[in-house]
Write a protein that binds this ligand. Structure first.
Ligand code: GLY
Length: 311
């Protein structure tokens, strides 16, 4: 059996454009798996396809930080070898997920950040590239003007303290299962719009956004500070290891986090996908948003199969 499940971020709608985007990612991944490719290869390539699609907040099309720069986070985890590679706040590269894979395969480290990550990428031939699109620059200008005027928007509501710095999104992920029963998971993000320069989200933090092990893999999206603080991906995996299927595990882990937050996490976005060694998939989010899709053993793509959690 081979399988792959992907998500396209908790702030993106389930419309034709995004459904096509996640379908292309699944098709790329499942094609590789059906040809005998590894789970790491399939998860990485599915994410690369979404990084190259400017509608997603990852790679090209990443949101800009408070200073108008793109800083990206990415991680890949090989559940078979138990190895991880990640980059945080990396700038001026096209595909952070490919750099993360190089960190996993070519170094004794797990996580490289900032200039060190960019220098590492150049050493391995990743050319200088500006991931900011015109659309994101316009979006940044609009948000900045609202911030300066003290106006609230749903995108800014998360940053209650950001306005004092103003004088001067979300994420994609994939989990794959290859013919040898190996599982890999990865996640990539431009982070949240208007984040402070240097802010690192949950994505490159192992066990926070992403987990892969012998029994299952998980990739999450949403408010990184909440996901990090609650090591949510590891909690989902633990529930699968305890016997739940991925759908039930995501539901239980998210419910527990949201119930622990003030107003049951009202205003907090949380979503994700999971896949276990039997090829069972899960997809849960606490919003109408988050395009997601999977395929098992064929190119037939199943779109937006998951459930919406209301706690
Ligand atoms: N989950 C993406 C972020 O908070 O950066």
């Amino acid at each position: 059996m081979v399988a792959i499940v992907v998500h396209g971020g908790a702030i993106n709608p389930l419309d034709e454009k995004f459904n096509k985007g996640v379908s292309e990612a699944v098709e790329t991944g499942i094609d590789l798996l059906l040809k005998g490719g590894s789970a790491v290869e399939a998860a990485t390539e599915a994410i690369r396809v979404m990084e190259d699609n400017p509608i997603f907040n990852a790679g090209t099309g990443s949101w800009l930080n408070l200073k108008g720069e793109v800083e990206m986070d990415a991680i890949i985890v090989d559940g078979f070898s138990n190895k991880t590679g990640a980059v945080a706040a990396i700038k001026k590269v096209k595909n952070p997920i490919l750099v993360a894979r190089k960190v996993m395969e070519e170094t004794d480290h797990i996580l490289l950040v900032g200039d060190g990550a960019t220098e590492f990428a150049r050493h391995f031939g990743f050319r200088e590239y500006d991931p900011a699109t015109e659309e994101r620059r316009r979006g940044w200008q609009e948000l900045r003007e609202k911030l300066m005027k003290g106006e609230q928007t749903s995108l800014l509501a998360y940053w209650s303290k950001i306005s004092k710095f103003a004088k001067l999104g979300d994420t994609v992920g994939a989990v794959a299962l290859d013919k040898d029963g190996r599982i890999a998971a990865g996640t990539s993000s431009g982070g949240f719009p208007m984040k402070l320069p240097g802010r690192v989200g949950d994505v490159p933090i192992i066990n926070a956004s992403t987990y892969a092990g012998p029994r299952c893999g998980v990739s999450l999206t949403g408010h990184g500070e909440v996901i990090m603080q609650n090591i949510v991906a590891r909690n989902v995996a633990q529930l699968v290891e305890n016997g739940l299927d991925p759908q039930a595990a995501l539901t239980e882990a998210f419910t527990s986090v949201l119930r622990s937050l003030p107003s049951k996490g009202s205003g907090v976005l949380l979503g994700g996908v999971s896949l276990d060694f039997r090829g069972r998939v899960g997809g849960v989010r606490n919003t109408e948003l988050m395009p997601h899709a999977y395929a098992v053993d064929s190119r037939k793509v199943v779109l937006n199969f998951g459930t919406i959690l209301r706690v």
